[in-house]
Design a protein around this ligand. Structure first.
Ligand SMILES: Cc1cc2nc3c(=O)[nH]c(=O)nc-3n(C[C@H](O)[C@H](O)[C@H](O)COP(=O)(O)OP(=O)(O)OC[C@H]3O[C@@H](n4cnc5c(N)ncnc54)[C@H](O)[C@@H]3O)c2cc1C
Length: 624
């Protein structure tokens, strides 16, 4: 159907970003803000930064990604703060490494604000059109063609097509060619990706129904308000967003489970209509009921979709059951007995690529100048997508400016863990970031993201002067506080305070840091001795953690130094793995396919075991 015959020059750009979802927005801003003449394509301007699933940004490990995106000069954290309905700190009962911010977002406001930011960005041209072909000459990207015959010439293209490539929504027996929420799918680009060498596979994800809030009986649910005494996502903001709307907690019950189990044959997931891989860690309610048969109830969060709408998102109850069954399922839940469904739940299948063909810069190995980011890389989540979009945008910009690439190691950022997992291990199901994936998580906390990353963002020109000065000021305050904490309190003044916390009298003077190591909260020490200046919430938190977990952090740094030794053992890119005696066949094939940059990365490839690494070390020693 595309206008192959008729071609015209739509625009001459340096870079094109295909897709204005969470990946595309960050990629386009990173390019345009570093002076690259950029064109941003989307199927529909009304889907810019659209939140097709949960109306929230952040959550466990995802909050870390948002803070890291912000520290590098990205946009998601700022928009999440500015359009939050409420914000909470998750896992406060657990260690500092897993505490994560999560904001309930106003969907329409999030879209409108990101669109406003994009529209007011220099060097950025936004076009509503469907990309149908990647133009390649001599192994290099030369442009993008649209279904209307328009050609946008460029030297770099970043593919951020999300869940739209050959998108199909599934509810019961009804399968419809569609993107999320009825937006049009992209039905022409996949063939072009296959033609230029990508391996394409199909993934699936699902979303719950949206209910009319007026018809929910909240008196049967537990209200959940936002937190007040916490810090915002963005280091550019001094205060956490105001909490405007609550969420509510309710539960499924045995009746809900019975409706599902009695109708499992009508579930596309269980009758073979859906065969593609879905997100293990965001399972549908059918899967939860089948997988956890012993559980009598599952948590359901009722989340407002926005201040200007009555729609309520039913977190924890995504499904692709037929509409009549959905009505029974939702009506069986306490508080939802008379709830009206405004949008029915559905599953969506879409094409995505195999990231073992992509470099750590997210550039495609087979065609220079082609990058991929977001759901197209097999991940699931706004935050994961935004992080990849930012990195792909930064690297395309650096390459176009003739500057060296920028990658993050696993010990530097969750973003480093995310991308290394994708390009080294690959994924056979939608990949969701989790703290357990980050072996160095004690050092990769959300509170210190700027200390880890803002200097780097400054180097490649994405961190503004204002952001850099704020970072320097925060660092100075933090170091000032650390110095103050070393101040020693005379024995006579420390004793009564320590005894109040059940400690015996000290043998001499005690520093405030020693008190912290005795797990006495910093705010209590500050209240007691009142000798400290004014400090922002996140400066206090970072200082308290740095002192309290000093031992663990030291161990963490030792682990990082140990890992670095293997990361620094580079693997020349001309190695013929098939000729190295002693390497097992599986290892030879995997090493040849992925072509790792160093021994550390080689060791993380599934199918390459420690014995293979020893063989490689001996081989490298003979080459020196
Ligand atoms: C039904 C559903 C359920 C989900 N459930 C979850 C969940 O439970 N947990 C979770 O973490 N995440 C979930 N997500 C995923 C989340 O929405 C995505 O991870 C996130 O939106 C991906 O961002 P992205 O930028 O990669 O792509 P998207 O946000 O999908 O944006 C893609 C963009 O590309 C554009 N586009 C695509 N093809 C073309 C083309 N050929 N030409 C021009 N423009 C094009 C589109 O117009 C759109 O602007 C769900 C998504 C959907 C749709």
């Amino acid at each position: 159907m595309t206008n192959q015959a008729f071609e015209f020059l739509e625009y001459a750009a340096d870079a094109v970003v295909v897709g204005a979802g969470h990946a595309g927005c960050e990629a386009a801003l990173a390019l345009a803000r570093t002076g690259i003449n950029t064109a941003l394509l989307t199927l529909n301007l009304d889907s810019i930064a659209f939140l097709p699933c949960n109306p929230s940004i952040g959550g466990t490990a995802k909050g870390h990604l948002v803070r890291e995106i912000d520290a590098l000069g990205g946009q998601m954290g700022i928009v999440a703060d500015d359009t939050a309905l409420q914000i909470r700190m998750l896992n406060v009962g657990k260690g500092a490494a897993v505490q994560s911010l999560r904001a309930q977002s106003d969907k329409n406001a999030y879209h409108a604000e990101m669109k406003r930011v994009l529209e007011n960005t220099k060097n950025l041209r936004i076009i509503q059109a469907e990309a149908s072909e990647i133009l390649v000459k001599d192994g290099k990207c030369t442009g993008v063609k649209t279904t209307y015959g328009g050609v946008i010439t460029c030297k770099a293209v970043i593919l951020c097509t999300g869940v739209y490539l050959n998108g199909e929504t599934i509810t019961g027996q009804v399968v419809t060619k569609s993107g999320p929420n009825g937006f049009a799918p992209a039905n022409h680009l996949t063939q072009s990706l296959i033609d230029i060498g990508f391996q394409v596979r199909r993934f699936k994800t699902g979303t719950p129904a949206r209910l009319d809030g007026r018809t929910i009986d909240y008196s049967k649910c537990e209200v959940q308000h936002g937190d007040t005494d916490i810090y915002p996502f963005s280091f550019m903001h001094d205060h956490a967003p105001e909490n405007k709307m609550p969420c509510y907690l309710t539960y499924t019950n045995l009746d809900t489970h019975a409706v599902i189990l009695e109708n499992l044959d009508r579930s596309p997931l269980y009758n073979g209509t859906i065969e593609s891989a879905g997100p293990r860690y965001c399972p549908s309610i059918e899967t939860k009921v089948v997988r956890f048969k012993d559980k009598e109830r599952h948590q359901i969060f009722l989340e407002p979709e926005g201040a200007d709408t009555l729609e309520v998102y039913v977190q924890g109850m995504s499904t692709s059951m037929p509409h009549d069954i959905q009505r029974k399922m939702y009506a069986s839940v306490a508080g939802l007995e008379n709830a009206d469904i405004m949008r029915y739940a559905y599953a969506i299948e879409y094409d995505c690529i195999d990231t073992l063909d992509v470099l750590p810069t997210l550039e495609f190995k087979k065609v220079e100048g082609v990058y991929t980011a977001g759901q197209i890389n097999g991940t699931s989540g706004y935050e994961e997508a935004a992080a990849q979009g930012l990195m792909a945008g930064i690297n395309a910009s650096l390459k176009l400016r003739g500057l060296p690439p920028f990658t993050l190691r696993r010990d530097e950022a969750y973003i480093g863990v995310l991308i290394d997992d994708l390009v080294t291990k690959g994924t056979d199901e939608p990949y969701r970031m989790m703290t357990s994936r980050a072996e160095h998580r004690i050092c990769l906390r959300q509170d210190n993201a700027d200390f880890r990353l803002t200097e780097k963002g400054k180097e490649f020109g994405l961190v503004t002067e204002e952001r850099y000065l704020r970072y320097l000021a925060r660092k100075e305050k933090y170091e000032e506080l650390l110095r103050s904490l070393q101040t020693r309190v005379p024995q006579k003044d420390a004793t009564p305070f320590l005894e109040r916390y059940g400690y015996s009298a000290p043998s001499g003077s005690v520093s405030y840091a020693d008190m912290l190591k005795r797990s006495i909260p910093l705010k209590d020490i500050m209240a007691e001795y009142g000798v400290f200046g004014e400090y922002a919430k996140d400066v206090l938190e970072t200082a308290e953690i740095s002192v309290k977990y000093e031992g663990y952090l030291k161990q963490g740094v030792e682990l990082i130094e140990k890992a670095k030794r293997l990361e620094n053992k580079l693997l020349p890119d001309d190695i013929d793995y098939h000729s190295i005696a002693g390497l097992r066949l599986e290892a030879r094939e995997k090493l040849d396919r992925i072509r790792p940059f160093n021994l550390g990365q080689a060791g993380r490839i599934s199918g390459v075991n420690p014995a293979d690494i020893s063989v490689l070390m001996v081989y490298l020693a003979t080459r020196e």
